[in-house]
Design a protein around this ligand. Structure first.
Ligand SMILES: [Zn+2]
Length: 89
């Protein structure tokens, strides 16, 4: 597991930064499990907040939208190297 501490001004900015970094890293490695990416408050490290919705969709894929999205679940994970995709899990 890779833990990469990055600080942000608040939880919203932390989620945005984490999503951006995770999507970028996913382009380089299929080992990035986007659905498990979380952020924590510095003074409350035991409570993890997901950054992607990750809800199971009817087609078996996972929702790739931000956790706070207001439109219906959907979206796709970024294309994975070598043709691998999180859409099949
Ligand atoms: Zn969703």
């Amino acid at each position: 597991m890779i833990h990469l501490p990055i600080t942000a001004l608040d939880l919203l900015r932390a989620r945005i930064l984490a999503r951006t970094a995770a999507r970028l890293l996913a382009h380089f490695s299929s080992c990035v499990d986007l659905g498990e990416v979380t952020v924590t408050r510095e003074d409350d490290q035991d409570v993890h907040h997901r950054v992607f919705c990750d809800r199971l969709l009817a087609n078996g894929a996972r929702c790739a939208l931000p956790t706070e999205h207001s439109r219906p679940c959907g979206g796709r994970w970024p294309r994975q190297p070598y043709g691998h995709s999180h859409d099949t899990r």
